[in-house]
Write a protein that binds this ligand. Structure first.
Ligand SMILES: C[S@@+](CC[C@H](N)C(=O)[O-])C[C@H]1O[C@@H](n2cnc3c(N)ncnc32)[C@H](O)[C@@H]1O
Length: 290
């Protein structure tokens, strides 16, 4: 028995909550409050990374405790918006994992070529770099005009940047390298105009992209797609939410539709693993078979 344990009237001992338990309870209360007040549902995000982010945010807001953050978030919309930005981890790049885009060009594009019309969903598109990469690839393969790309994210600030297609010029060296490794056939700089410290991607790339807010935890399927990209999003979810989102994708993919996950993700060990066959196991690209 520790000094903080509680002795009940019948003599039984109720152990004191340890710090971990206390933290978990406070986090659950914070997430419950956010869900009820703002409708954003982080309750099934994986706890370890969520905790790290929340403590980082407490520090950034000059606060001491999770309860202090809860009070501020529930009374101050701007503080909540900053927290969403922090929890959403909008890290991305163009032609991220170039070998995946190369494989897509070689193995998936020939399949898409046989379709009269192509619908692609980028779920959790962040600031849009992955979407412009897809637009460039479809353009080079002569498929862009018959494609519609749906680019969604829960974070409206990221989406705003995605719509503008403006990125820091210092990123272009890496993006050019990725583009070439991904099998790009043109000069990458033809796709943007540089202005001072930033570049703007050409509007023709945006012509067939529809940007929209969509939350994978709370929103429904909204169309049928030939391809769904959802990379580096579900790594932040727990098993329950991951299965829920796979249900959404399964419902939203056409027969033989292609699902593309992030390099550290897999369809294995989800409730839907038997519904897909790998098109390329290393690149985490799957085809729906039932
Ligand atoms: C690390 S970024 C991945 C961006 C891009 N797919 C890539 O791989 O480069 C994760 C994105 O998922 C989004 N996200 C996280 N939870 C989400 C949810 N419940 N619904 C929709 N988007 C979500 C975040 O806002 C963030 O933009």
């Amino acid at each position: 028995m520790t000094p903080k344990d509680w002795v009940e009237g019948d003599g039984s001992i109720v152990p004191a909550a340890n710090d971990d338990e206390r933290e978990t309870i406070e986090i659950e209360l914070l997430l419950e409050g956010i869900h009820r007040l703002y409708g954003y549902d982080f309750r099934n995000y994986a706890l370890p990374s969520l905790k790290r982010r929340i403590f980082h945010h407490i520090h950034a807001e000059n606060l001491q405790t999770i309860s202090g953050l809860q009070e501020k978030v529930l009374h101050d919309r701007a503080c909540f918006d900053r927290l969403v930005l922090n929890l959403s981890i909008p890290v991305t790049e163009m032609f991220r994992d170039p070998s995946l885009f190369k494989m897509f060009r070689e193995k998936v594009i020939p399949i898409l070529r046989t379709y009269p019309y192509i619908r692609i969903w980028h779920a959790g598109c962040s600031t849009g770099e992955e979407v412009y990469s897809m637009a460039i690839m479809l353009h080079e393969e002569g498929l862009y005009d018959k494609a519609r790309i749906y680019a969604t994210d829960m974070n409206d600030r990221s989406l705003q940047q995605a719509k503008e297609g403006v990125y820091g010029i210092e990123r272009m060296q890496l993006y050019t390298k990725n583009y070439l490794e991904a099998g790009g056939t043109q000069s990458f700089s033809e796709y943007y105009t540089a202005r001072y410290n930033s570049v703007m991607f050409h509007p023709f790339l945006r012509k067939n992209i529809i940007f929209a807010e969509h939350n994978l935890a709370t929103d429904r399927s909204f169309n049928e797609f030939n391809v769904i990209f959802c990379r580096n999003v579900m790594i932040y979810f727990n098993d329950e939410l991951r299965n829920h989102v796979h249900g959404l994708f399964h419902e939203s993919l056409s027969h033989f539709g292609v699902l593309v996950l992030g390099s550290k993700e897999s369809i294995q060990f989800t409730d839907y693993s038997h519904c897909y066959e790998p098109l390329d196991r290393n690149e985490k690209v799957y085809r729906k078979i039932k």
